[in-house]
Design a protein around this ligand. Structure first.
Ligand code: GTP
Ligand code: MG
Length: 303
């Protein structure tokens, strides 16, 4: 039997980030003697690796304290001290996604093109592989192509997709899917939504309506409201989350397109600054290209 790998392609997806960071570190540590300003140089590496100024300064402050305790310093010791500091910073005890014998609903939100529909397809397959009975709601009724794209993922994964007509109220699709979840033998409902910007009030109101409709029809609110962000947008993606958070209750993050980006450093801000768990990372465009997130593995793979 094929073993189900929850962390498939994790390291591979972080290769670009790792290469970019290690190239910069190599120039700091290339001479046999440690440069007096090496700490400032490390800070520069962090800032130029898509970690915010704020988070970089905090990491450097902790690093100074940690290395001050060392009698003799060398690049390896500094590197492992840095790893420890960053691990401590992003290893928070977020509660796991709640599958406690009840039905679990994920509302998937984000800006245009972030990777929402693809992520719903991959996530549906991921949970199916875990033995769960999954249902998808295609609530991007804004374009006919949005529904079609979701239906193709339904065929690929063998997972039923509840669809509506073009321009149908997305809340009515969410309603029908919620009733199916409640009445039939499904464990997980994944709700795909149209891409939207936080400053379009009617679109943000539409999300709130979808949420209310689900709660009423399913008898439970979505346990998870996940924002999908595109890693290649770097700190702009962090700003997107901040904006969405002001308007709706976001419970977690999925970061896509890490495979094609060296900007994995934003994960540090996502967790430390925004105080949200990163649930999964997108590692490519095909069905298996999704991995659960682990802080420990993340830090070991980028430094
Ligand atoms: N390399 C890579 N590409 C991805 C990943 N996730 C999504 N994509 C690609 O990103 C593009 C946009 O993905 P969609 O899933 O359509 O994005 P969306 O957020 O649903 O877009 P809208 O519905 O238009 O807002 C597609 O070409 C996907 O194949 C990923 O993890 N890695
Ligand atoms: Mg979409």
């Amino acid at each position: 039997m094929k073993i189900f790998d929850k962390f498939k392609n994790f390291s591979q997806a972080l290769k670009k980030t790792k290469n970019s960071i290690s190239e910069k570190f190599n120039t700091i540590f290339s001479s046999s003697k440690l440069d007096d300003n090496y700490i400032e140089k490390i800070e520069e590496v962090l800032i130029t690796s898509d970690i915010s100024f704020e988070a970089s300064s905090e990491i450097i402050e902790d690093l100074r304290k940690t290395v001050a305790k060392e009698k003799e310093l060398n690049p390896d010791k500094i590197q492992s001290a840095l790893k420890k500091v960053v691990k401590d910073k992003i290893s928070k005890d977020f509660p796991p996604i709640d599958f406690n014998n009840k039905k679990t609903i994920f509302l998937i939100v984000g800006v245009n093109g972030a990777g929402k529909t693809t992520t719903v397809g991959k996530l549906a397959n991921f949970y199916k592989n875990e033995g769960r009975n999954v249902l998808i709601a295609a609530c991007d009724t804004f374009r006919a192509a949005g529904t079609e794209q979701m239906e193709i993922w339904g065929e690929k994964t063998g997972i039923p997709v509840v669809v509506g007509k073009e321009n149908q109220d997305p809340a009515s699709v969410a309603h029908d899917a919620s009733i199916m979840l409640k009445e039939k033998d499904f464990d997980v409902l994944l709700v795909d939504t149209a891409g939207r910007l936080h400053n379009k009030k009617h679109l943000m109101d539409e999300l709130a309506k979808i949420k209310r409709t689900i709660s009423k029809a399913a008898g439970i609110p979505p346990q998870e409201t996940i924002i999908v962000i595109d890693a290649s947008l770097g700190q702009n993606s962090i700003a997107q989350i901040e904006q969405f958070k002001k308007l709706i209750d976001v419970s977690g993050i999925i970061i896509t397109k890490l495979d094609g980006s060296a900007k994995g450093g934003i994960i540090i801000d996502a967790i430390s600054k925004l105080d949200l768990p990163v649930r999964f990372i997108g590692t490519g465009e095909t069905i298996d290209d999704i991995s659960e997130f682990s802080s420990e593995m993340f830090v070991d793979n980028i430094f």
